[in-house]
Design a protein. Structure first.
Length: 287
């Protein structure tokens, strides 16, 4: 857990409230990041704020501005921004309880841990948490964080509360605007049946330890070899066999021949026409 909370304030359910602290629930410490260097000296490049007319600018002379139209800005000071305060700046007020399935997955965003802030807050926090647990509902409330009011979804987790920030309605695009472009298509029942069997074969519990970032691992291996002064050979792209017949591909997949099928000979014209139809078949529209 982070040593410093992301947000501190009060959790309130009707007339019951208590001090709470919000901590980020994820971390990105393992990301591989690169710095910009000069090609000849390997010195790190400095990004210097520059006015296009007067040249380099001291950071003390930089102000915030909102572009209301092309080339026209309204300057706003840090003090003026701080004065824009809502009640949710310091209070996470629970407004509603909903079923988890009522919240579309498109809206779920970043997870946080919500805890009582101090020993005096434990009793009230525990009362609210246990009441939420018995209700079996997701609590919705709002708070101001990072200069934005965010909708939060709260659910009991262990001795604390798991809080998710939810995307606003303005941030989420209408799926129909994209999915409606997919032509209506009804696949053969036999193909769907085989695909269902393949899914059944690959079904199992979710184990996050099995899904490491292999690209990052490869980058770290590259850096390690370069540090030793070793040359690195270009990796050849894997060559997958061209699938001519969709039904045959499904049957081979059911037999466990994933990504290892040998290259096939050229198919007769009739089969090729069949392949063209199979390749053009769109995915089934998700309900």
């Amino acid at each position: 857990m982070a040593t410093r909370p992301t947000w501190q304030g009060y959790l309130r359910l009707s007339l019951v409230s208590c001090p709470v602290a919000l901590y980020t629930a994820t971390q990105r410490t393992s990301d591989v990041s690169f710095n910009m260097l000069h090609k000849q000296t390997n010195n790190r490049i400095k990004m210097i704020p520059t006015d296009p007319e007067t040249g380099p600018v001291d950071r003390a002379d930089i102000v915030k501005g909102y572009e209301v139209e092309k080339g026209h800005y309204v300057v706003v000071t840090d003090e003026e921004i701080k004065n824009v305060r809502l009640e949710t700046t310091r209070t996470l007020d629970i407004e509603r309880f909903v079923d988890e399935d009522d919240i579309d997955r498109l809206y779920w965003n970043d997870p946080y841990f919500l805890t009582p802030d101090g020993d005096m807050a434990v009793e009230a926090f525990t009362v609210i948490r246990q009441a939420m647990e018995k209700a079996g509902k997701i609590a919705l409330g709002r708070l101001v964080m990072h200069q934005r009011e965010r909708l939060m979804a709260l659910e009991p987790r262990g001795k604390g509360i798991l809080a998710y920030s939810l995307r606003s309605n303005r941030e989420v695009k209408d799926a129909d605007e994209v999915f409606d472009r997919i032509p209506t298509h009804k696949p053969p029942a036999a193909m769907v049946e085989i695909a269902e069997k393949i899914i059944s074969q690959q079904a199992g519990p979710f184990d996050p330890s099995k899904f490491n970032d292999r690209y990052e691992d490869a980058l770290r291996a590259l850096i390690k070899e370069k540090e030793k002064g070793h040359g690195v050979k270009k990796v050849e792209e894997p060559k997958e066999a061209e699938v001519i017949d969709l039904m045959e591909a499904l049957k081979r997949s059911l037999g466990g021949e994933r990504r290892k099928a040998p290259a096939r000979k050229a198919a007769p014209a009739k089969a090729t026409a069949k392949a063209s139809t199979a390749r053009k078949a769109p995915a089934k529209k998700r309900a």
